[in-house]
Structures are given as structure tokens and as C-alpha cells.
Write a protein that binds this ligand. Structure first.
Ligand SMILES: Nc1ncnc2c1ncn2[C@@H]1O[C@H](COP(=O)(O)OP(=O)(O)OP(=O)(O)O)[C@@H](O)[C@H]1O
Ligand SMILES: O=c1[nH]c(=O)c2[nH+]cn([C@@H]3O[C@H](COP(=O)(O)O)[C@@H](O)[C@H]3O)c2[nH]1
Ligand SMILES: NC(=O)CC[C@H](N)C(=O)O
Ligand SMILES: [Mg+2]
Length: 518
């Protein structure tokens, strides 16, 4: 634990859809925080040493049997507590107030009239009502002793309450969502004002602290890192490189299903510019041989995943000296998912990653990004001098172009898709849409259609454009890309990519579709 982790906020999760957003907002106020399930044992909560506790919302009703609760000892720790929606209701229930079903469910926007500038509202003006976002059916009938109303809406006589003496507050609305315009400022006022945290959680400080920590813990030991050229593993490799230099070996596998120019770009940047000890493994033939005749999407993923582990394993074995550590780009959302109060979600596609490696290789894991959200990881990348082309990279799946070629993956079909994909990348970057959308790519459809080119009949492939907006890839919608850009994409692909005479646009949302086609 370094200094920047010392002043922290604990977010206890009661199963809300927006718990992660609470943590995001606290981090944006430059304060470190972690999400833990509401079932965290009281002695652990105490030992954790947070400067403040935030109780999230949740789907349950606190007066029902079996509703999730929290040990009331948290109110005796002497640190400020803020309950949001269910969090406010459960604290009311535990402190002797009364919660009951309201006459009307309140869902969506509301106008908040703040009556007292205390707690999260310490910086708020009293004249203008604030737009806030509500999502509840229960309401506070009676506040616990010592509490007073801090704000009201037309529908909620107790839209916010507080006991400023004990610094315990509750808000019925959701300050963490964007629809509550002043919400981020309210959460910042709570963590900086009430909890007294200093705004020291910056990615500059994070990078420095992580590098210093690695120098101390890993100095003189051998570490390996699987580098994909994506932002996560690139940031991991650079952090480690700055800490232990040549004791880090990064391994980049050309699996034959990478994008155009990727091998040269990754090798050029990390080896020549950053001076990393980088092994580039040309395993394209091996991967493509094994993919021969395979058309089933899950089978493709399985083969690529297994082959990847095999290749990686073999390369790691060649490194002189005993390797003790494997570095991975695990991000905080992955960590939260595995400890969340909600159960794990159903598997729709088996995502390839190197998760199978450590057990097999008996290596200890180094996961420097375990505490970071994606945009924080990008910020660290910028701090470390990673160029914007890598920092702002759209996600690219491990199985690469193989899951964007419907049907068999062959070299000629790969060449076709690569060319079309390069045009999509180029045009999207040129139009500045590249960083606005979540992903934009081409898919090769296993269908031939008739066309006419220079008076001649053609009978060629179809390319589909997949361009989506999303915040976390869990849901997505097709991007409303301006017609001129679509026109340019279509015309360039048909004219420049041999063997393609038709371009179509995928206008499906997720769900029920998925972002990738396989
Ligand atoms: N071609 C590759 N060579 C070496 N390692 C790879 C390769 N592809 C994937 N990996 C490793 O597997 C991990 C998971 O890959 P994937 O691309 O599916 O995830 P990711 O979340 O996009 O991560 P990243 O942003 O680092 O690419 C990567 O972080 C990297 O460590
Ligand atoms: O690391 C990855 N390994 C994979 O095997 C994989 N498959 C899909 N994706 C990416 O995940 C997000 C959601 O994709 P889907 O809607 O297709 O499931 C999208 O961003 C996809 O690009 C992958 N990422
Ligand atoms: N969003 C929430 O936290 C909802 C809390 C509670 N289930 C209600 O309906 O009021
Ligand atoms: Mg990647």
C-alpha cells in the first residue's frame, strides 16, 4: 500500500446496476475507493480503514425478510456514511426509522429542492432546483432520530436527509448517474469535504507509486508479459519495464489473425522506441494450420486459446534464468465482477485470454492494473508516453480477425478482410469518429453476390460494417454514422479491395445481437 491508497473510501454494494459508477465518480474526485459486497465482515470493514463509507442502491426492499443488510457497527466507526437509494433505506431501517412502499413508483428525472447546505450539498446553491435521477418504489416514512430533511422533490418528502453531527447522510436519488447533473460534485463534496480526503489519486501518482513498488518487490527477478499491443497489456509492459528494465521479457505472438501492419507497429514501438526486451513469435502458420476447415465459432476460439497458451509456454521456457512472475492486464471491472454481490453472468461466448496460463505455468501473477478502470488505464498510458494510437485503441479481441470471418479462416479470406478492415480504421480515424464510437470494424460474410464493374458481371464477397456505441460492451447500439462517411467506406472498400463487390451495414443492437459476429 502506497501513500495514494491510504486515504480511501469504501463502497459497499447492495447489488445496484450503478455501483461501479459510484466508484467512478469517487475516483474522478481523485480519491481512491474500492467496492466490496455489503456482506463484508465488520472486523474487515474496520481494519480496512476507510475515511468514509458509501452504501449503494439495490433491487431489494429493506423491510422484506432476507433483504441484504450491513452490520450497524459501521455507524460507530466515526467515519462519514452516505447511503444512496437502497443504501439510504437500509440505514434508515437500521437506525430506527421507517421505510415503506410508496404510493407511486418514482422512475426517471425529478427536480430536487435542496433545503440545507450540508454533507453532499455543502457546495450546492439553494435557489435553483437540481435535476436528479430517481429509481425507487420504497420511501422514507420516518427518519431515524437525529436526522433532518436536506432536500425534497415533488414525490419524495425525504429526497435527502442527514445527521450532520454524526456525518451520516442519505439520498433517495442517484448522484452517480449522468442524469443527475450535479451528482459528481455532490459525491466529491462528500468524499473531500465530509470524509476529508485529499485529491491525490492521480494517474501520475499511480504510475510513480506502482513503479516504486515494483522496484522494491520485483527487483532482480524475472517477469514475463504477454503483449498484445492493446492498451492494457501495453501499459502493464511499460510500467514493469520502467521498474525492472531487462528483467522483463514481453512476448508478442503473431497468431496470423492480426490486423494489417500490427506486427511491425508493435515491434517498432516497443522494441525500438521504448527499448523493451521483446520477443516477437511468428506462429501464424501454426495457428492457420489448426484453423483449417474449422467453421464453428466456439471451436475457433478454443483452438486459438489453446494454441496461444502452447506458444506462450514454449517461448517462456526459452528465457534464461528462472521466471517467477507472469504479468497480466486485469482491470478493476474484472475484479469487481468476481467479488460482486450479484452472481456471475452467463457465458455467451468463451472469451479467449491468458487466464489459463498461471495455473499451468506455476507462475505468480503481477496485475498492476487490478485497481484501475479502463479510462484510468488509458491515462496511465499517456503518463508513460504511450502514443495516442495505442492509448485510444478500440478493443480488439484475442481471437482477432478469425471471429470476423464467417466460415473457414483461409489466407486469401484473411487478406480480403485485412484490407477492408484497414480502410475502416483509416476512415474512422480520419473522421474523428474513431474515438467516439466503441468499436468499428469489417466482417467478411460468406456470401457471394452479383455486381457489375466496368460493364462486366462480377460475383464476389460481401463485407459488413459493424460500428457500435457502448459504455462497457455489455450493451451496445449501432452508431448513427453520417451517410457521407458510410458512403466513403463503401465506395473505398468496393473499389480497393479485390474480390468484394458489396458492402452492407449491420444495424443490430446488443442484446439481442452481440458486437462481434461470432
Ligand atoms: N497476440 C498476442 N500476443 C501476446 N499476448 C497476447 C496476444 N493477444 C492477447 N494477448 C494477451 O492476452 C490478453 C487478453 O487479450 P485480449 O486482447 O483478449 O484482451 P484485452 O482486454 O483487449 O487486453 P489488451 O488491451 O492488452 O489487448 C492480453 O492482455 C495479452 O496479455
Ligand atoms: O478479449 C477479448 N477476447 C475475446 O475472445 C473476445 N470476444 C469478443 N470480445 C470483445 O468483447 C466485447 C463484447 O463482445 P460481444 O458482444 O461480441 O460478446 C467487444 O468489445 C468484443 O470485441 C473479446 N475480447
Ligand atoms: N434503486 C434502488 O436502490 C431501489 C431501492 C428499493 N428497491 C426501492 O425500490 O426503493
Ligand atoms: Mg486486446
Amino acid at each position: 500500500m502506497s501513500e495514494i491508497h491510504e486515504q480511501k473510501i469504501l463502497v459497499l454494494d447492495f447489488g445496484s446496476q450503478t455501483t461501479q459508477l459510484i466508484a467512478r465518480r469517487v475516483r474522478e474526485a481523485r480519491v481512491y475507493c474500492e467496492i466490496h459486497p455489503c456482506t463484508m465482515p465488520p472486523d474487515e470493514i474496520k481494519a480496512y480503514g476507510a475515511r468514509g463509507i458509501i452504501l449503494s442502491g439495490g433491487p431489494a426492499s429493506c423491510y422484506e425478510p432476507g433483504a441484504p443488510s450491513v452490520d450497524p457497527a459501521i455507524f460507530e466507526l466515526g467515519v462519514p456514511v452516505l447511503g444512496i437509494c437502497y443504501g439510504m433505506q437500509i440505514l434508515t431501517h437500521l437506525l430506527g426509522g421507517k421505510v415503506a412502499r410508496g404510493a407511486k413508483r418514482e422512475y426517471g428525472p425529478a427536480k430536487l429542492n435542496i433545503q440545507r447546505q450540508a454533507g453532499p450539498f455543502r457546495e450546492c446553491g439553494l435557489d435553483e432546483p437540481q435535476p436528479v435521477w430517481m429509481s425507487h418504489g420504497d420511501r422514507i416514512e420516518k427518519m431515524p432520530q437525529g436526522f433532518e430533511t436536506l432536500a425534497v422533490t415533488a414525490n419524495s418528502p425525504v429526497a435527502a436527509m442527514g445527521d450532520p453531527e454524526r456525518r451520516i447522510y442519505g439520498v433517495q436519488f442517484h448522484p452517480e448517474v449522468a442524469h443527475t447533473h450535479g451528482g459528481a460534485a455532490m459525491l466529491a463534496a462528500f468524499v473531500l469535504g465530509d470524509c476529508g480526503c485529499d485529491p491525490i489519486w492521480t494517474m501520475h501518482n499511480f504510475a510513480e507509486a506502482t513503479i516504486a513498488d515494483f522496484k522494491e518487490r520485483l527487483g532482480g527477478q524475472k517477469v514475463i508479459c504477454a503483449l498484445s499491443g492493446g492498451v492494457d497489456s501495453s501499459v502493464v509492459a511499460l510500467l514493469l519495464h520502467k521498474a525492472i528494465g531487462k528483467d522483463l521479457t514481453s512476448i508478442f505472438v503473431d497468431n496470423g489473425v492480426l490486423r494489417a501492419g500490427e506486427v511491425a507497429e508493435v515491434a517498432g514501438l516497443f522494441r525500438d522506441v521504448f527499448g523493451l526486451n521483446l520477443v516477437v513469435v511468428d506462429a501464424a502458420d501454426l495457428f492457420l494450420d489448426r484453423l483449417k476447415g474449422i467453421t464453428d465459432p466456439e471451436e475457433k476460439r478454443r483452438i486459438i486459446g489453446h494454441t496461444f497458451i502452447e506458444v506462450f509456454d514454449a517461448e517462456a521456457a526459452k528465457i534464461a534464468g528462472e521466471v517467477q512472475y507472469l504479468a497480466q492486464g486485469t482491470l478493476y471491472p474484472d475484479v469487481i465482477e468476481s467479488v460482486s454481490f450479484k452472481g456471475p453472468s452467463a457465458v455467451i461466448k468463451s472469451h479467449h485470454n491468458v487466464g489459463g496460463l498461471p495455473e499451468k505455468m506455476k507462475l505468480k501473477l503481477v496485475e498492476p492494473l487490478r485497481e484501475l478502470f479502463k479510462d484510468e488505464c488509458r491515462e496511465v498510458g499517456r503518463e508513460l508516453g504511450l502514443p495516442e494510437t495505442i492509448v485510444s485503441r478500440q478493443p480488439f479481441p484475442g481471437p482477432g480477425l478469425a471471429i470476423r470471418i464467417m466460415g473457414e479462416v483461409t489466407r486469401p479470406r484473411l487478406a480480403t478482410l485485412r484490407e477492408a478492415d484497414a480502410i475502416v480504421q483509416e476512415e474512422m480515424r480520419a473522421s474523428d469518429l474513431y474515438t467516439k464510437v466503441w468499436q468499428s470494424f469489417a466482417v467478411l460474410v460468406p456470401v457471394k453476390t452479383v455486381g457489375v464493374m466496368g460493364d462486366e458481371r462480377t460475383y464476389e464477397d460481401v463485407v459488413a460494417l459493424r460500428i457500435v456505441d457502448s459504455v462497457d460492451a455489455m450493451t451496445a447500439d449501432w452508431s448513427r454514422v453520417p451517410y457521407e462517411i458510410l458512403a466513403r467506406l463503401s465506395s473505398r472498400i468496393i473499389n480497393e479491395v479485390k474480390g468484394v463487390n458489396r458492402v452492407v451495414l449491420d444495424i443490430s443492437s446488443k442484446p439481442p445481437s452481440t458486437i462481434e459476429w461470432e
